[in-house]
Write a protein that binds this ligand. Structure first.
Ligand code: NI
Length: 142
């Protein structure tokens, strides 16, 4: 997307909501209400694009599992090798004697990323897993 100049528009909303917006703007350290609203719009756009199949997204998949559980590591490794084009980096942390955390950086079409994330999170032995979708940055060139 081409850089565009600043565009002013007026928005009407409930006064209580504006008051809450101003509190959040201050608490989060945004310089202005406009900046806080722009960040909220970007969040909504990232979520929107993340559900558009063909759209390219980036993100992370975080998995926590007990590495003593039979086959779990082999299973997770197999899934990752099946999708080497989508999984661009991996970090493994030994949380304690039993528990491992894996953080995978992913990038690709939203539908493909969601499919591999679902497979990993649903793998038998995974205690908790979550896909966090973000932007590749392309949509928000300044
Ligand atoms: Ni480990």
């Amino acid at each position: 997307m081409k850089a565009t100049k600043l565009c002013r528009f007026s928005v009407a909303m409930n006064g209580d909501l504006v008051s809450q917006l101003d509190d959040m703007t201050k608490a989060n350290g945004y310089a202005s209400r406009s900046q806080a609203i722009a960040a909220s719009v970007r969040n909504s756009l990232v979520e929107h694009y993340g559900h558009m199949g063909k759209h390219e997204i980036a993100g992370t998949v975080t998995l926590v599992y007990d590495h003593h559980k039979r086959n779990i590591q082999a299973l997770l490794t197999d899934i990752q090798h099946d999708h080497g084009n989508l999984i661009i980096a991996a970090m493994h942390v030994h949380l304690d004697h039993h528990n491992c955390m894996e953080v995978l950086a992913v990038r690709g079409r939203a539908d493909a990323v969601r499919t591999v994330a679902d497979r990993l999170i649903a793998a038998k032995g995974v205690k908790h897993g979550r896909l966090v979708v973000t932007t590749t940055g392309e949509e928000f060139q300044k």
